[in-house]
Design a protein around this ligand. Structure first.
Ligand code: UDP
Length: 446
């Protein structure tokens, strides 16, 4: 008998895309799919005619949702969604009980309240963590870090190594420097605790990239762990973007020489100060290298209106650069003209860049991005990092190091090796392929 899965993505771009990709992968394995979602940042059901979508009404939530304060948003949603989610899930279970019984619930790790709901309904819950195993190790060590005073590290202590988790430095500890440390700490602890009570943990990564972190988690978490990525290489790339992609930048890229263009994007949430924004603008212009820059609304902290580009900037870079609001990033990174990626080091962006063999210039802003950037520079050696803030001379210099000088070529060699591993792990007998088969059997055993 065909089984149904109920998936519940978090309403943020970097979380929703991998959950919908996972849904497509599991659909291809013979499961029917129901998606429960908030109306805030709702996915577009038209892109997935073979899934059933169930919105939780915003009016039921009684809260005003916004991307600007992510921790506040997640804490609020974990309270307000309990009742409408429970009622909707109970309804889906009873509607499908005879024809297509629900095998399990799969939720984003940040939906920690759903573990108690699933327990009450006697439904197994599996967790998808959309950032990577290496940063999850750091998140799961937070109470240890707190007990040992690491969370109050300041000044030159920030440059010291975390002895228990090389090559992390104190400044890479995910929640350090967070505006509301207590709220963030509470959210993360709930996420970890409720993940430990779940029936399994899925990552969009692969054994050959993060074997040591996966082994550490396997020791600490008494549940099966499945590294089945990279997701975007296993499912059709249906546009799940919350913003409209400006696709005509691809024809602009077509006119450029191989590996000559720098692509710049800071994902969907990270914001920079106006001063940093101006340093990026001048660093790009002064490098004289072609660039494609995604400037989404909200990229400059506190500004809703148009980006504050310096006077005369657009005229100056007219022949050198292209600016879009939102790029078709997977296609951009796969384009032969792109030779470097200046990124905030979100996990999806990092993995997409690795899979396309593009060296990175990292400017991590918060959370798991700090850990990702450290791995890019010190473990995988496939990028540079702006360690001490952004200034135009460093940016210009780093762009040259990656696009013009030999350093870029050395990184490209390491990347070629990782890119091959990312592809091999998905082939029959590969690590992610086998892990996915195990996940499917695990779900069918419920
Ligand atoms: N993205 C995109 N166009 C852009 C910028 C980003 O399609 O102009 C996509 C990108 O491919 C990635 C996601 O948005 O899949 C961002 O996720 P990530 O984890 O990198 O960062 P977050 O937005 O969660 O901080």
């Amino acid at each position: 008998m065909r089984r149904r899965l109920v998936l519940f993505p978090l309403p943020l771009q970097g979380h929703q895309t991998p959950m919908l990709l996972l849904a497509s992968i599991l659909y291809s394995k013979g499961f029917s799919i129901s998606i429960i979602h908030t109306q805030f940042n709702s996915p577009n059901p038209d892109n997935y005619p073979h899934f059933t979508f169930h919105p939780i009404s915003e009016s039921l939530l009684g809260c005003k949702a916004s991307n600007a304060d992510v921790i506040g948003l997640l804490n609020t949603l974990n309270v307000y969604c309990v009742v409408p989610f429970r009622d909707l899930l109970a309804q889906i279970l009873s509607q499908n009980a005879v024809k297509e019984p629900v095998a399990c619930l799969i939720t984003d790790a940040m939906w920690h309240f759903t573990q108690d709901v699933a327990d009450n309904l006697m439904l197994p819950r599996i967790v998808l963590r959309t950032s990577n195993p290496s940063s999850f190790v750091a998140f799961s060590s937070l109470s240890y870090f707190r007990e040992n005073g690491y969370l109050s590290a300041q000044g030159c202590q920030l440059e010291e190594k975390v002895p228990e988790l090389p090559p992390l430095k104190m400044k890479d500890i995910p929640i350090l420097g967070t505006r509301d440390l207590e709220a963030t700490y509470g959210l993360v602890c709930n996420m970890i605790e409720k993940t430990k009570s779940s029936r399994g943990l899925i990552f969009n990564s692969f054994e050959e990239l993060e074997g040591p972190a996966l082994a550490m988690l396997q020791q600490d978490f008494n549940i099966p762990i499945f590294a089945i990525g990279p997701f975007h290489k296993q499912a059709p790339s249906l546009s799940s973007g919350l913003l409209t992609q400006e696709r005509d930048c691809i024809s602009w890229l077509n006119a450029h020489a191989p590996k000559s263009v720098l692509y710049i994007s800071f994902g969907s949430i990270a914001a920079v100060s106006e001063a940093d924004f101006l340093e990026i603008a001048w660093g790009l212009a002064n490098s004289k290298q072609p660039f494609l820059w995604a400037i989404r609304p909200g990229l400059v902290r506190g500004l809703d209106g148009p980006a504050p580009l310096p006077t005369g900037f657009l005229e100056k870079i007219a022949k050198q650069g292209r600016i879009v609001t939102w790029a078709p990033q997977d296609e951009v990174l796969a384009h032969p003209a792109v030779g470097g990626f200046m990124t905030h080091s979100g996990w999806n962006s990092t993995l997409e860049s690795i899979c396309e063999g593009v060296p990175m210039l990292c400017f991590p802003c918060f959370g798991d991005q700090m850990v990702n950037a450290r791995h890019v520079t010190d473990v995988w050696k496939v990028g540079l990092r702006f360690e001490n803030g952004l200034n135009r001379d460093d940016i210009e210099n780093s762009i040259r190091r990656v696009l013009v000088e030999n350093e870029g070529k050395e990184m490209s060699q390491s990347l070629a090796c990782l890119k091959e591993k990312a592809s091999l792990c998905l082939a029959a007998g590969g690590s992610s392929h086998k892990s996915l088969e195990t996940l499917v059997s695990h779900i069918l055993s419920f």
